[in-house]
Design a protein around this ligand. Structure first.
Ligand SMILES: O=P(O)(O)OC[C@H]1O[C@H](OP(=O)(O)OP(=O)(O)O)[C@H](O)[C@@H]1O
Ligand code: HPA
Length: 188
C-alpha cells in the first residue's frame, strides 16, 4: 500500500477518463435499463465487496421497485494491478435459490470474478442470473462472461476511483471519477 504522499502522487499523475457528470449519467441510464428489465421480478441484488460499494450506493436508490439486497465478497487482485487466484471471502447464501439474482460489481476486467459468481449462484439454484458492472474494460482477450448492464466502457489501462482501488488506495475518489494510473507505473 502506498504512503500518503505516494497515493497523492499516483492521483496527480493520473489521467481523468470520465467526469463526475458522465459517471452520474451512466448510472442513471443503467438504473432505467435495470428497472425496465427486472422491475417486476423482485430480484435479489448482490453487491460484490469491496469494489462495488460506491457504485451500489449510487445505483440502488435509483431502483424504485421491490428488491432484496445482500453481498458477496470475492477477491482476485488484492492490492495488485494484475489478477491472481480467486478467493471467496463471503459466498452467496442459500436464499439465492429460486430467485432472480442481479450481481453488481465495479468493473468487468478479464471477467473471471463475475463468471465465478454466476456459476456459483446458478449452481445454488437461482432462477436467473444478471450482471451489472459500472465499468467494462475493453481487452483483446475474450471473456468468460459479458455483463447484461454496463455503465461505461474503459480502455485497457488500470483504472481507479469510484470504488476501484489502485494498490489499495483511492476507492473513495468521487469527484474525478475513474481516473487512470500513469503509464509510467508498471503493473505489479
Ligand atoms: O474481471 P476480473 O478480472 O475478475 O476483475 C474484476 C474484479 O476485480 C476487482 O476486485 P478485486 O479482486 O480487486 O477485489 P476488491 O474489490 O476487494 O479489491 C473488481 O472489484 C472486480 O470484482
Ligand atoms: O483496472 C482495474 N482497476 C481497479 N480494479 C480492478 N480490478 C480489475 N481490474 C481493475
Amino acid at each position: 500500500m502506498p504512503n500518503v504522499s505516494e497515493a497523492r502522487g499516483i492521483l496527480n499523475s493520473a489521467d481523468v477518463l470520465f467526469t463526475a457528470e458522465q459517471v452520474s449519467a451512466a448510472v442513471e441510464r443503467m438504473a432505467a435499463e435495470i428497472t425496465e428489465k427486472l422491475g417486476e421480478t423482485y430480484p435479489l441484488v448482490l453487491s460484490v465487496m469491496g469494489g462495488a460499494v460506491v457504485f451500489t450506493g449510487q445505483l440502488l436508490p435509483r431502483l424504485a421497485f421491490p428488491l432484496d439486497f445482500d453481498y458477496v465478497h470475492v477477491s482476485r487482485y488484492g492490492d495488485k494491478t494484475k489478477g491472481g487466484e480467486l478467493v471467496w471471502r463471503q459466498a452467496p447464501k442459500e436464499d439465492v435459490q429460486d430467485r432472480v439474482v442481479l450481481v453488481l460489481d465495479d468493473i468487468l476486467d478479464e471477467g473471471e470474478t463475475m463468471a465465478a459468481i454466476r456459476d456459483r449462484v446458478l449452481n445454488m439454484g437461482a432462477k436467473a442470473f444478471y450482471s451489472g458492472v459500472f465499468a467494462n474494460k475493453l481487452i483483446s482477450k475474450s471473456k468468460p462472461i459479458a455483463a447484461d448492464f454496463v455503465g461505461i466502457d474503459v480502455p485497457d489501462r488500470y483504472v481507479f476511483g469510484y470504488g476501484m482501488d489502485v494498490r489499495g488506495s483511492w476507492r473513495n475518489l468521487l469527484s474525478n471519477l475513474c481516473a487512470e494510473i500513469s503509464r509510467s507505473v508498471p503493473p505489479t
